[in-house]
Design a protein around this ligand. Structure first.
Ligand SMILES: C[S@@+](CC[C@H](N)C(=O)[O-])C[C@H]1O[C@@H](n2cnc3c(N)ncnc32)[C@H](O)[C@@H]1O
Length: 251
């Protein structure tokens, strides 16, 4: 398989190949078509999909930490869930693109002195590199009582306007097990939301379409006036991922 090298490919290729453990030198892909023959078929398909994905290029150009940023941007553009001054809790935040988006939209980095300053608290079981304007709680399991205590400490007397969860387990390969884990992460985010949201607050969580999604929807409907399933355009159509948005917490 040979790739025609154009501007887009040149920009993306070093990172893509590096992430697949393929060594490159700056001049290696300058003039000739790059031969990715000999690589595993799945690696070839992955590289081609990345190169043809407009969001991958935009991620790099706009300095987001990962492509997921566009999903939150799209959801917020449509539902207006992040406003200047809002308090946001971002669960499963690493590497940090949702927190980057949230910081900008709630003005947590005080970049606009005319608007109220928001707060973003970012939690992940893995490390998270610092993000200007966000309060980071790295390397902590969100579902653990101690982690939730830490979040409550950071909140102090304040209530949150929105809890967002993009938490997902590393795929085990066993679909129903992965589904069960992600639903439990959503339920944990829902339970925590009921403690920290003020009346009228919102919750957004990611899950994979499957048998359990109705159970989660019913649970969310107890606490939110409206619950919607959302599939942003930037979420790959061949992915089972979907987002559930609960609006207007009833308290
Ligand atoms: C799809 S990634 C999140 C991407 C992130 N929204 C962004 O835009 O950069 C899913 C994250 O969920 C985290 N995660 C999974 N289980 C978790 C748990 N129990 N507690 C905290 N984070 C968890 C993973 O470590 C991973 O970083």
């Amino acid at each position: 398989m040979a790739l025609k090298i154009n501007k887009r490919v040149l920009l993306l290729l070093p990172d893509l190949l590096h992430s697949k453990g393929i060594k490159t030198s700056p001049c290696a892909c300058k003039n000739k078509p790059l031969n990715i023959k000999g690589k595993k078929v799945s690696s070839q398909q992955w590289i081609l999909r990345q190169i043809n994905d407009p969001y991958v290029l935009k991620t790099k150009q706009e300095n987001w930490r990962c492509r997921s940023a566009f999903k939150l941007i799209e959801i917020d553009d449509k539902y207006n869930i992040l406003k200047p001054g809002f308090v946001v809790i971002d669960c499963g935040a690493a590497p940090g693109s949702w927190s980057q988006v949230a910081v900008q939209r709630v003005n947590a980095d005080k970049s606009d002195s005319e608007k109220p300053t928001g707060t973003v608290i970012s939690i992940d079981i893995n490390p998270i590199m610092p993000i200007v304007g966000a309060t980071i709680i790295p390397s902590c399991d969100f579902t653990a009582v101690e982690t939730q205590k830490k979040i409550l400490e950071k909140l102090g007397q304040r209530k949150a306007d929105i809890v967002i969860s993009d938490m997902a387990p590393s795929a085990s390969g066993t679909k129903h097990l992965d589904n069960e884990i992600i639903i439990n992460l959503c339920i944990s985010a829902l339970r925590f939301s009921t403690l920290v949201l003020h009346e009228g607050g919102n919750m957004l969580c990611k899950l994979w379409m499957g048998a359990e999604q109705d159970k989660l929807k019913r649970a969310m409907e107890i606490f939110f006036r409206t619950v919607k399933m959302v599939k942003p355009e930037s979420s790959r159509s061949d992915s089972k991922e979907i987002f559930m948005l609960g609006r207007h917490f009833k308290n």
